[in-house]
Design a binder for this molecule. Structure first.
Ligand code: NAP
Length: 690
């Protein structure tokens, strides 16, 4: 069977026989992959002219809902993916990370829409005042790039590798062309077939090429983005493409990484942290047969505990059953193919120049339900290196399989220095109960890592583990890990959006951004804003309230009611050496009094509830006799979709009410008007008319 390429709106087979792709477990031919004869320039053009414009027309809310629908759709078909995934050598547990972990990324990015506006672009940071009189200001905004994103992925996670990346570019509003690594591309192709068949994405939002990337990168332009995951050598070769350099195309590189784990010298065999450490090492060596970019390659242990640790790791590795991943007894499957096995063994030979094997064998492995001659199986290998400061290989050579090296350190400064000899890693872990040690490690080795896990009893049960990149956290690392960064919640979308600093008057910035900017002109209406439904409210709708005189009696009463008898609110305090001249009103009282001024009436109105304050500042003391009033402005509106009514949510009052979030800018003033007494952004839920 020849794999399809989904390009320019059609499934197309490339010319010629193509690369043969084999079952990692039994060596049988699965499919061939070829892109021969494809016009790569037109693929990119199609993404730019069809997919990206369609996505750019959608708001973040629509894009987020689209991702959720896609995640739900793929979940329905997951069993087909699991069946195919066995052929890559992965166990069910390995495939869970790849398949459901990948789908989880879609869900997670779908949920990010709640932090984004109902717009096709986003604001980045706060309004920045640029003038004394407040007539000139700036706001950074993020616009989806007008190009296409090219994802060149590694072979080890054919599903997650695609979904974790497209989830982000689709939310940002940019189309993608995915090029999976050929060896496992049959699984990626199966997932893309389901995505395309679902018709959930707009046409052109996702294209797939299985096989060689041809001259694809010679056609990228400045609005495109490239992400590459794979070996450092391929990455360097690709990013040096003169066209990429000439056009200044962002190139996000995620390369191989010599990740480490450190055992704190406070941890002894009697402590639970000892077992936590051993378990984490075994898990990272054997899950996905060690083919994880984040897997632990270097193990640093206090020198007096070396023997105890390697014996415990070896004992644990001996319990790992290896073989046909479809057999339920098997815990570790095969490498992705014979070519991978050959490469891993070559890398191990390089490591053996300065290390010795403590556990495992280079040429034999006990298997369940599998034939070592046909499948790409290998034994886990635990190596020992006694001289980590003088051995280069162990900090430079990545054997991308179940291979890790244990090394001693004399004191914790050495442990930090050794961690950094990896010249930049995706992640590292420290197992310790000692808070000072943890702080020293983070501050000492932090700049050489993208992520650091501090593991002990307190968090081990719920910990997501050393090797799991999470959609909410950045994934990537400095130096030899590629210097790239991806995911990380809202941080991720910024890779696919252009940041523009927009300058102008506050009123102009309000009109452009649809978020009220301080100092902009308001629109005063005879109808109180709380009497308006969500759809009727306009950004900038403004209310100037009545005035209220604050009295000493009010302050006394608020102190008694709230129990807040801070000395500054007490009339009889001697105010010498304090920040105040006399009894001062509680800030919370002023905020409450402000609410008393801007809240409308006893009658029911479209405002359903007030659910918090985003920011609240008391900027000037209020003494008795001050007359306060409020400028109350509609700042931002975020439409909310109706929540699904399920047996679990059916009892939640108001779940079926159509509504949206309205943020209000509250400025509390006195007769001098400047400076303000206080400022706040309050959050309400407002009923929709329909
Ligand atoms: P690789 O050989 O460097 O290949 C990576 C990708 O580049 C594949 O899709 C490959 O396609 C493609 N490629 C190769 N030559 C190309 C060219 N001339 N033009 C365009 N594309 C080209 O790496 P791999 O063996 O697949 O992956 C293993 C490595 O990836 C390990 O070193 C691992 O550490 C690293 N990795 C890093 C991360 C991370 O997040 N940092 C994650 C996973 C893996 P073909 O397969 O068709 O050659």
């Amino acid at each position: 069977m020849k794999l399809g390429n989904y390009i320019t709106g059609k499934w197309i087979e490339g010319d010629g026989d193509g690369q043969q792709l084999y079952n990692a477990v039994n060596g049988e031919l699965i499919a061939t992959a070829t892109t021969k004869g494809l016009d790569f320039a037109s693929i990119l053009d199609y993404g730019r002219k069809t997919g990206s414009p369609a996505l750019r027309k959608m708001t973040f809310q629509e894009r987020g809902r689209m991702l959720k629908a896609l995640a739900l759709h793929l979940l329905q078909h997951k069993e087909n993916f699991y069946q195919l995934s066995y052929k890559t050598g992965a166990t069910r547990a390995d495939s869970w990370v790849d398949i459901e972990g990948g789908i989880g990324n879609l869900f997670s990015n779908a949920s990010l829409r709640r932090k984004l506006p109902d717009e096709i672009f986003a604001l980045d940071g706060e309004n920045i005042g640029l003038s004394k009189r407040g007539t000139f200001a700036a706001q950074h905004i993020l616009l989806p790039k007008e190009g296409v994103v090219i994802h060149i992925n590694a072979f080890n996670f054919p599903v997650w590798g695609m979904l974790e990346k497209i989830a982000v570019n689709l939310l940002a509003g940019v189309a993608a062309v995915v090029k999976p690594a050929s060896i496992t591309s049959y699984l990626t192709e199966a997932v893309v077939r389901e995505i395309i068949a679902s018709k959930i994405l707009p046409e052109g939002a996702l294209q797939l090429i299985c096989g060689s990337a041809g001259d694809l990168l010679d056609h990228v332009t400045s609005q495109d983005v490239i992400t590459f995951t794979g070996s450092a050598s391929t990455g360097l070769m690709l990013k040096s493409n003169p066209n990429i350099l000439r056009e200044n195309v962002p190139f996000n590189l995620e390369a191989d990484s010599l990740n480490c784990i450190v055992l704190g010298d406070d941890v002894t065999p009697e402590m639970p942290e000892w077992d936590i450490f051993i378990k984490e090492v075994r898990k990272e060596m054997t899950s996905k047969c060690g083919q994880k970019c984040t897997a632990i390659r270097r193990i640093f242990v206090p020198e007096n505990k070396m023997e105890d640790v390697w014996k415990a790791i070896s004992k644990s590795l001996a319990q790992t059953t290896i073989g046909n991943p479809e057999n339920e007894k098997v815990r570790m499957g095969a490498l992705a193919g014979q070519s991978q096995k050959k490469e891993v063994l070559e890398q191990v030979q390089k490591l053996l120049a300065s290390s010795q094997i403590l556990y495992g064998s280079l040429d034999s492995v006990e298997l369940i339900d599998a034939d070592n001659k046909k499948g790409a199986f290998m034994s886990p290998l635990l190596l020992k290196n006694e001289k980590p400061f003088t051995s280069d290989e162990v900090h430079n050579v990545e054997a991308f399989g179940p291979v890790s090296t244990i090394m001693p350190y004399k004191n914790f400064d050495e442990a930090i220095a050794l961690a950094k000899l990896g010249k930049g890693s995706l992640c590292s872990s420290l197992v310790t109960t000692n808070e000072q040690l943890a702080r020293d490690f983070i501050l000492g080795a932090g700049t050489f890592h993208g992520r650091i896990l501090v593991l002990n009893m307190d968090c081990a049960k719920e910990s997501t583990g050393h090797g799991s990149p999470l959609p909410m956290l950045i994934h990537g690392g400095p130096g030899r890990a590629g210097g790239g960064e991806e995911m990380g919640g809202l941080r991720g979308i910024k890779h696919y959006m252009q940041r523009v600093a927009v300058q102008g008057s506050p009123s102009m910035l309000t009109s452009i951004t649809n978020v009220y900017q301080p100092g902009a002109k308001g629109k005063i209406d005879t109808v109180h804003p709380f009497k308006k439904y969500f759809e009727e409210l306009k950004i900038g709708d403004q209310l100037i309230t009545e005035k209220r005189k604050i009295t000493s009696e009010d302050i006394d009463k608020f102190a008694n009611l709230s129990g807040d008898h801070f000395y500054a609110h007490i009339k009889t305090t001697d105010f010498t050496d304090t920040m105040f001249d006399e009894q001062v009103a509680h800030g919370y009282f002023i905020m409450s009094a402000a609410a008393g001024l801007f809240v409308d009436s006893y009658e029911k109105n479209p405002v359903l509830l007030n659910y918090g304050i985003d920011e609240l500042r008391f900027t000037k003391p209020v003494y008795s006799g001050t007359e306060i009033y409020v400028r109350f402005t509609c700042k931002e509106k975020i439409s909310q979709e109706l929540k699904e009514i399920t047996p679990e949510t059916a009892h939640v009052k108001g779940i079926d009410i159509p509504k949206g979030i309205v943020k209000w800018f509250v400025e509390i003033l006195d007769e001098t008007e400047e400076p303000l007494i206080g400022v706040a952004t309050i959050l309400t839920m407002v009923r929709k008319k329909s």
